[in-house]
Each structure stands twice: as C-alpha cells, then as structure tokens.
Design a protein around this ligand. Structure first.
Ligand code: IMP
Ligand code: MG
Length: 180
C-alpha cells in the first residue's frame, strides 16, 4: 500500500486503469459526433483528468477548445450550499457543443448548475463527463453522459482530487486509510 505524507493510501483506481479507461472514454466521446466542441474543465479537481482526456481525444481524432471554470459549493464551511462561479470561462458558448468535465459526480449539484448555466448562455448541446460516479449519493436528477468508473461511497484523493489541499499530485485515485 503506498505511503504518502505519512499516510497509508489504498489504491482504488491505478494509473494504468485510468489511462486505459481514458482511451475508451475518448473513443465513446468521438462516436457521439460533437461539432467543434468546447471542453470545460471544472477546477480544481478535474484538471488532471481533463489534461489526460484531451490528449486521449486527440489520439481518437477530436480537437476540442479547452476552457476552465471554477465552481464552489462550500461557502467556507463543510456543508454543501448553492454552487457559485468563482472563475468563469472566457469563450462565448452560444451555439456551441459544450463538454463539461468534472472529477466526481456526487449529489449532482455542481454538474447540474454548470450545465444549466451553459444552456442559459445558449450552448447548442451540453455533454457531461465525470471520472467517478458516486451514484448512491445523488440528490439531483442528473446523470453524466460518460463516466469513467462507478465509485464506492468513500472520500477519495489523487489524480487531481484533494483532502485539505493535499494529494492532488498522486497519479492514482485512492482512499486515505490511516497513519503509516
Ligand atoms: P456534487 O456537486 O455533490 O456532485 O459534488 C461534486 C464535487 O464534490 C466534485 O467536483 C468534487 O470536487 C467534490 N467531491 C465529492 N466527493 C469527493 C471526494 O471523495 N474527494 C474529493 N472531492 C470530492
Ligand atoms: Mg469539484
């Protein structure tokens, strides 16, 4: 079991599992026949996944524009509140095929809010991608069009995802299980 910053981390999805799945996802996404898409990565958690996925899309023959948006649901505390835009996209999405990428789909609040925002701005079509789906935790009626892996109901870190700003750099997705 890997030890990082004096914590034991159980690997749930290895770097190899993720790389293989990204290739498959890219093939599926290309088959959905997107026209001149803008890919929007939700910061910060999805930046590693998005960076790998756009290169997998390149290998699958798709050349997206890339944008970032920063959404928070935590108004300082730990209780999830109404999502808010902290940093917006720069491009006009009017009439465009938009692909939103997030790390985890949990209650659905973040992806629902971001999708509705892009539709309100006139996006022609919005597709949703989540690396991990914690479907047991869903509160909003929303599903992703493309999901990397179904995720157990555990707090995960790595591959862009953090706990208290730590562990984003891990090349795999894992769970902190205790002190080393
Ligand atoms: P939702 O809005 O409830 O669907 O939550 C999705 C957001 O919560 C994701 O964008 C993540 O940033 C965050 N999140 C949910 N579960 C985890 C986790 O296990 N580890 C790290 N971040 C998480
Ligand atoms: Mg997030």
């Amino acid at each position: 079991m890997p030890i990082v910053r004096d914590k034991k981390i159980e690997v749930l999805f290895s770097a190899e599992d993720i790389a293989r799945r990204n290739g498959e996802l890219a093939e599926e996404i290309v088959l959905s026949d997107l026209k001149n898409p803008i890919v929007i990565s939700i910061l910060k958690g999805s930046f590693v996944f998005a960076a790998d996925l756009i290169r997998a899309l390149h290998h699958a023959g798709l050349s997206p524009e890339v944008e970032f948006i920063s959404i928070t649901s935590y108004g300082g505390g730990t209780q999830a509140g109404e999502p808010k835009v902290l940093r917006d996209v720069e491009s006009d999405v009017q009439g465009r095929d938009v692909v939103i990428i997030d790390d985890i789909l949990e209650s659905g609040g973040t992806l629902k809010f971001t999708r509705d925002l892009m539709l309100a701005r006139g996006a022609k079509r919005v597709s949703l991608i989540a690396l991990l789906d914690k479907s047991e935790r869903r509160k909003h009626e929303i599903d992703a069009d493309f999901v990397g892996f179904e995720c157990p109901d555990k707090f995960v870190v790595g591959y862009g995802m953090d706990v208290g700003h730590a562990f984003r750099e891990l090349p795999f997705v894992g769970v902190v299980t205790g002190e080393a």
